[in-house]
Write a protein that binds this ligand. Structure first.
Ligand code: 4G0
Length: 241
């Protein structure tokens, strides 16, 4: 996958994306990450990327011309999703990460200030995405977050010992508790069922713990979910307690 990023702070990249699994994905040629300085696409002496809003008011707005010029230079208007990171976007989730992981190319635009000229949204952007309901000083951290979530889903990026099938959100439930050795540490014990070797009991315990945790912390995830009979029975049992 190729990912282009347009930013007024290109020095922030690759940052965390140069390390660990995503760093390795780049070394192995599974990801080509190209960062562009928006100021390189300005035409004035001061390399201006922002201006005061029409109609007045506080704060600055990102000018449209440098963004259009950068996107046109990259020639990705036909074959690439063009994503604006902003608090007004559709909220990002694992489903959206899977969807984007199927693309060959992405272009991310990192917004700043009070936002970007609406014409960028109207005529350029194919997807406006928010990484959560809060405001940050810029779209760079959201862009890095999105890249991490998408790239780890690309074939060959995660090691063969990691199962995407078994992870949290694959079926929209929170993960069950995990333990490793030792079986007892300063009086704190691993649940005996996990040491029992009874695979079916372990599977059932994990499923019950997943449902318990989801019901307690994220009941919204259970709301319009169709559950198999086993899950319904486990939930009934949990609710009784
Ligand atoms: C565009 C994304 C970009 C508009 C970007 C701010 C949070 C997120 C920015 C604004 C960002 C997110 C209207 C303040 C830059 N903050 N939640 N800041 N406005 O994904």
């Amino acid at each position: 996958m190729r990912i282009d990023v347009i930013s007024i702070f290109p020095e922030m990249f690759p940052g965390p994306l140069g390390h660990s699994i995503i760093g390795r994905a780049q070394e192995r040629g599974l990801l080509k990450l190209v960062i562009h300085n928006l100021r390189d696409y300005t035409t004035d002496k001061h390399r201006t990327v922002d201006d005061a809003p029409y109609g007045g008011g506080a704060g600055m707005v990102m000018k449209p011309e440098p963004i259009f010029r950068a996107v046109d230079f990259l020639q990705c208007r036909e074959d690439s999703r063009i994503i604006l990171l902003s608090p007004q976007g559709e909220v990002f989730n694992q489903g959206k990460a899977w969807e984007l992981s199927k693309e060959k190319q992405l272009l991310l635009i990192c917004g700043h200030y009070e936002g970007v000229d609406e014409r960028v949204r109207e005529y350029l952007v194919t997807d406006e995405i928010s990484v959560g309901d809060y405001v940050l000083t810029g779209g760079e951290i959201p862009a890095m977050l999105l890249i991490d979530a998408v790239v780890r889903l690309l074939p060959g990026v995660l090691g063969k010992y990691y199962s995407l099938q078994e992870e949290s959100f694959t079926d929209n439930l929170l993960e069950y508790p995990h333990y490793t050795r030792p079986p007892e540490w300063q009086g704190m014990r691993v649940p005996p069922v996990l040491l029992s070797g009874h695979h079916e009991e372990i599977r059932l315990w994990r499923r019950r713990e997943s449902l318990k945790r989801t019901l307690k912390r994220r009941p919204d995830l259970l709301e319009n979910k169709i559950l198999p009979e086993e899950d319904q029975n486990l939930l009934q049992e949990i609710r009784k307690k």
